[in-house]
Design a protein around this ligand. Structure first.
Ligand SMILES: NC(=O)c1ccc[n+]([C@@H]2O[C@H](COP(=O)([O-])OP(=O)(O)OC[C@H]3O[C@@H](n4cnc5c(N)ncnc54)[C@H](O)[C@@H]3O)[C@@H](O)[C@H]2O)c1
Ligand SMILES: O=C(O)C(=O)C[C@]1(C(=O)O)C=C[C@@H](O)C=C1
Length: 307
């Protein structure tokens, strides 16, 4: 069930194409329009038959839409907002899936017309892959979708968007954009920064020592290389649009890392053991709570996840 007669997805990459697949696979009755600025992605979305109409013209794509979802890198929002807001249908909702939220409100709110509704969103689900072929229909199953409606947003519009995300398998939570950005800075943005950094450091070591380093990597480092393979444009935009929270978390992280460095230097084995024991228990709690795809009975289907 959905309240939206037409949904338009701007950006048919990993998240946009997964949304299209999820809308179809959950049987939502809506006209689905897709838009992408990359002609190859338009061709792929058409070949995959992901939407009822695919176009490279965002104005044509949104003018009849009841719900517009931006699924492009957040650095593109200022330009898209300036072009789309004037032509949106009265009463329509403008939402998004961007990984940061305060800067999205700051960028889009001033462009909104009084008769349309801005309700930013963020599905906390993804992979390191990009493009229309990378999407899959079960991406949002059992995952959080965080909505950050500005104060005074019409409650029935928030409820309609909540129902949409629930209909494609997500659990919805509302919070302020600042709270979202602080939480995601430590749980998502910093892990990506660390992964980009450690893989870069290993590659540099290989160059300066003129020896093989990465060739001999096993599980731990390889897990970092998966994260460090994530889309460069998307992640550049995330870091530039969540500066304060990321720098705050990086400061805390650096302090804790320095404490660990000290424990190693002064043979403080008990301190090292206590931390590692605590973090092992955190991992167990996450798995027990069913928040991880390693859990077999969590209900996530992996059969349509591409290789
Ligand atoms: N990748 C993840 O794990 C993940 C998870 C949750 C949220 N997000 C957010 O979702 C958004 C999209 O990420 P993705 O992983 O789907 O990226 P992606 O690179 O797979 O897809 C982005 C698509 O947008 C298109 N595009 C770029 N600029 C455009 C423009 N101005 N007009 C029309 N199309 C344009 C690109 O051609 C591409 O097809 C980002 O804002 C990101 O922060 C990503
Ligand atoms: O699983 C991954 O590969 C992801 O990076 C997904 C992930 C995350 O950090 O958890 C990445 C960015 C998002 O905004 C949401 C989800």
């Amino acid at each position: 069930m959905t309240d939206f007669a037409q949904i338009t997805l701007i950006g048919m990459g990993l998240i946009g194409s997964s949304l299209a697949r999820a809308i179809r696979s959950h049987g939502l009755k809506t006209r689905l329009v897709g838009c992408d600025s990359n002609p190859q992605h338009v061709a792929e979305a058409r070949a995959l038959n992901l939407v009822d109409q695919i176009t490279s013209d965002p104005i044509d794509a949104v003018k009849s839409a009841d719900l517009v979802i931006l699924a492009t890198p957040v650095g593109s929002y200022a330009d898209l907002g300036a072009r789309l807001c004037p032509v949106m249908k009265p009463g329509a909702i403008l939402s998004d899936v961007g990984s940061v939220k305060a800067s999205v409100v700051k960028t889009l709110q001033p462009l909104m017309r009084d008769d349309c509704h801005l309700i930013p969103g963020h599905p906390v689900a993804g992979t390191e892959q990009s493009g229309p072929k990378a999407g899959f229909s079960t991406l949002f199953d059992g995952r959080w979708c965080i909505l950050t409606p500005p104060e005074n947003t019409a409650p029935e519009k928030v409820r309609a968007l909540e129902k949409f995300w629930q209909a494609i398998g997500s659990t919805v939570e509302c919070m302020t954009p600042d709270h979202h950005d602080m939480v995601l800075a430590i749980t998502s943005h910093l892990p990506h920064l660390i992964a980009y950094n450690i893989v870069g450091t290993a590659r540099h070591l290989e160059e300066v020592t003129k020896s093989e380093v990465i060739k001999y990597s096993a599980g731990g480092f390889r897990d970092f290389t998966r994260i460090a393979a994530s889309d460069p444009t998307m992640w550049r935009d995330v870091f530039l649009n969540n500066k304060d929270a990321v720098l705050e978390m990086l400061g805390r992280f650096t302090e804790d890392l320095t404490a660990l460095q000290r424990s190693i230097r002064y043979d403080e084995g008990d301190k090292l053991f206590d931390l590692f024991d605590r973090t092992r228990r955190i991992r167990k709690q996450i798995i027990d709570a069913g928040q991880d795809e390693d859990v077999p009975d969590f209900g996530r289907h992996t059969d349509d996840i591409p290789d």
